[in-house]
Design a protein around this ligand. Sequence first.
Ligand code: CA
Length: 485
Amino acid sequence: MIIKTIKVMLPLLVVFVSNVGAIEAVSTDQNYFSGQKPNLIIILTDDQGYKDVGFNGSTDIKTPNIDIIAKEGTRFTNGYVSYPVCGPSRAGLLTGRYQDRFGFTSNPTMDPTIAQNGIPTTEKNIAEILKPAGYTSAIIGKWHMGTHPDLRPNKRGFDYFYGFLSGGHQYFPEDLTLNDLADVKYKYDWYRTRLLRNEQRVDTDEYLTDELSHEAVEFIKRESDKPFFLYVAYNAPHTPLQASKKYLDRFPNIKDKKRRTYAAMISAVDDGVGDILATLKAQGIDDNTLVVFLSDNGGARNNASDNGELRGHKNDLFEGGVRVPFAMRWPNKIPAGVDYDQAVSSLDILATIVEQAEVDISKNKPLDGVDLLPFLTNEKSGIPHDILFWRHLKAKSHAVRRGTDKLVQVKKETMMFDLDEDRQESKNIAEQQIENKAAMQKSYQVWQSELQDPAFPYLGSWKKNRPKSQGKNKDTKRIKVKQND
Ligand code: CA
């Protein structure tokens, strides 16, 4: 209600102030008066460790621009994604619903002939939901939500797409040697397809992260006079670990080659975030834009990431897999320079923007996310989520968080942790928590009964592995670590 009150009061303020001849002092944000709906920018990184941002205490990787989002906005110390691996996590983020509700249980196959290999058309993503409200949407970067012609970004509400359909990509333009998925012979060769501008294959001459940042900036400049949703889905710092000299030179003190390359890749993203924030200011839309930064899952085992004290990595339901660097900035709308310590989820981003943009979703399937703003502004007491769930079918694993209690089931072992006292999940207190454990398992069973089985074949089911004899050819020699999904 505070926000709405401010909106109503501002024109009155103008009348009052204009009588004393100082109208410029309060009319800096034209959007209040034109009634323009707020823009949304989601900046998503890939496999970035919890600690690998300045705002979460990184000492060797400086991220001054990403840190602005936390310093001038709110940092989430318990910010989660809905799955510890790329594809399902993004499906949850984009729909605001637990992705297992529609069978998005693993990374989808890259096989373009399978019409089920992404977000089903019975579900609506952020771009599709905002479109009727007058929004223009773009995805810049990694899609990974289906390769079938009916599932590609331009068919799923996005007016503009610049990037790639795969779950990872080669970073140097000379390695983008395949024209299309039809040319893919072996697994992960899809990392070498030329980039797409909408449905057209295009060539580039830049390091991929720089290219994506420039595209994001150009989109903002083009669309700044009307509401937009910009989804900047960097594949950095996902493998292959590849960085250009410009960024490597910033880290002479990191001796480990993998860590140095990883740091350089994040630094490239950080420059891009700086350009995006500067463009918002230059276009005069800074105050009317909600910017969210997060990683799609925790740091992976193979990219030299650092999850700090959190246990586990990407693919685990321990905190290191699902708790991510997460911050949100919206000048004058959400508190600046503060921490929010209650559990929040990537599922909440969609719910937050639809509420702020006053979009009617009453006829849609119910969201699992909630509007965070009233919690951040203390307009609403209580917490955003009484309970959060994760299901990882392939690992025979699930997890539940309620308050500061966390249940982690891995195959037949059930563990309980008190995250308030034991952020590291090092002390299994299942024996002392018999009743609590049973109650949380029961809640999980109820939730699980609402879910669907896998809707499509998993990523690794398409194409053969590249024969070892071909492993050192020109196109793959830059791959310094094993690629995975
Ligand atoms: Ca990822």
